[in-house]
Design a protein around this ligand. Structure first.
Ligand code: FCB
Length: 455
């Protein structure tokens, strides 16, 4: 019968997306303007995007056909409140119809409240640097919980909050393109506050989720595995220090703030009411390892080269290292830090030809399975992404979908890739079997059942 990695009974399988990346016409937002300023690498703009706004029911039907039981999606604040204080009843009705369609099709819902995109009016008032911004965000959250609270089983208050604070306020890559250490700390502190307040509000107001259970709330955090390259002498010491600083500045500091209830340096040093312990689950987004190699010419990256690949490591179309053991390490660290249930809220690969995705998927699921065996309480896995979408600054050229969609096709036809079938088969078995690996990615056998990647 061959080898078999069985997942726990009741393990939740699904796919993940974000509103701006699939819906289309998020025109009252800061990202929309940014795109039209020519800031996207491949010159595209999100435009009608994948037209999920109109095709949602078709997409949900396809999820049923493929046997995907859960779906992570977002609501866009800029659609719900396109002008300051003006809530758009039609947009709210559309979100209700989308969530109802999922419910009617028995697809379990994970809803994200903030996935990086802001209403233009809010950005114009200083965005997250405005002292009143948390109050304004909470009005939106309050409305969503009142209007749509009956649908989600899981709430993601914030998606990868460190990306907008780091890329938007320190690196200057994303809107609003600021480069200020002070603002990065301030904005992160404010997002911690937003999370704590949204978490409380969901628990105060949201009715029981479908099935009568208490809805769960948490954050989807970007956890790349950051490692020093291992150079000799002083460069090696610099790499070790940099790895600590990068890890702290990207997620460790954030996590320590949540555990202690107090914003840690450099995010301020104040008590944040209701922050402590404000996770019902840890949302893990894992994609890659980052190796830090000393290089004095990289002055804007603390003299660290992050692009060179270690020997024997493949890179994805994003230029990211494929490093499955990093997933196991991150899961164990997260488990040991929080001792809370874990959901993988994102994991996936840009691979337009779908050559590497089958083995990427299998290798990462094996590491997830390994973390479960090592004692981590992991409840579910949402693959990024259900379909191809607008990949932020990269535009449409980076394709993460299990389902292919050509953004230039007038009909925007959905075409499941082979990986979509592989994912269906894994879900149907609730296991990875040797037969499946042989059929879809025989080159992955050693990385699934053997010693490869067991570091
Ligand atoms: C994550 C984002 C998601 C998507 C993937 C590839 O960092 O949360 O929106 O862009 O990366």
């Amino acid at each position: 019968m061959g080898d078999r990695l069985e997942f726990p009974k009741n393990f939740v399988w699904g796919t993940a997306t974000a509103g701006h990346q699939i819906e289309g016409h998020n025109s009252a937002s800061d990202w929309w303007v940014f795109e039209h300023e020519g800031k996207i690498h491949d010159g595209t703009v999100s435009g009608r995007c994948m037209d999920y706004w109109n095709k949602y029911d078709e997409d949900h039907a396809l999820m049923n056909t493929l046997g995907y039981p859960a779906f992570r999606l977002g609501v866009e604040w800029a659609k719900v409140e396109p002008r300051d204080g003006h809530f758009d009843a039609q947009a709210i009705e559309r979100y209700r119809a989308i969530l109802k369609s999922l419910k009617d099709r028995n697809i379990r819902i994970c809803l994200t409240l903030y996935h990086w995109v802001l209403p233009l009016w809010f950005a114009a008032k200083g965005g997250w640097t405005n002292p009143a911004s948390a109050d304004r965000f909470m009005k939106f959250v309050d409305l969503i919980v009142d209007e749509l609270g009956e649908y989600p089983e899981w709430w993601v208050t914030l998606n990868e909050p460190l990306v907008p604070s780091l890329a938007g306020y320190l690196g200057g890559e994303f809107p609003p393109e600021k480069k200020s250490f002070k603002l990065y700390g301030e904005v992160t502190g404010r997002l911690l506050e937003c999370h704590a307040r949204a978490y409380q509000l969901i628990h105060r107001k949201a009715p029981p989720a479908p099935g009568g259970t208490r809805p769960l709330a948490g954050i989807a955090q970007a956890y790349q595995w950051i490692e020093p390259w291992g150079s000799d002498g002083l460069p090696g010491m610099a790499e070790q220090v940099a790895a600590r600083v990068f890890r702290h500045g990207s997620f460790v500091g954030w996590d320590e703030s949540v555990v202690s209830g107090r914003a840690q340096f450099p995010f301020g040093s104040r008590e944040i009411p209701n922050l402590q312990n404000s996770y019902d689950f840890c949302g893990v987004n894992y994609y890659f390892r980052m190796s830090l190699k000393f290089d004095p010419s990289k002055t804007d990256m603390a003299m660290m080269d992050t692009a060179t690949m270690p020997d024997g490591i493949e890179k994805t179309e994003m230029g990211w290292q494929i490093y499955p053991p990093g997933f196991h390490k991150i899961l164990m660290e997260t488990w040991n830090r929080f001792r809370k249930p874990i959901y993988i809220t994102e994991n996936g690969i840009a691979d337009s030809a779908d050559k590497v995705r089958p083995r990427y998927l299998l290798w990462h699921l094996r590491q997830l399975h390994r973390a479960i065996q090592d004692g981590a309480d992991i409840r579910g896995y949402f693959h990024w992404s259900f379909m191809d979408n607008f990949e932020w600054k990269e535009g449409f050229c980076k394709q993460f979908g299990l389902v292919a969609v050509d953004h230039t096709d007038p009909a925007l036809a959905r075409r499941p890739r082979r990986s979509a079938e592989l994912f269906s088969a894994i879900i149907a078995e609730n296991a990875i079997t040797e037969d499946l690996v042989r059929e879809y990615a025989p080159e992955a056998l050693d990385g699934v059942f053997g010693d490869q990647w067991m570091e």
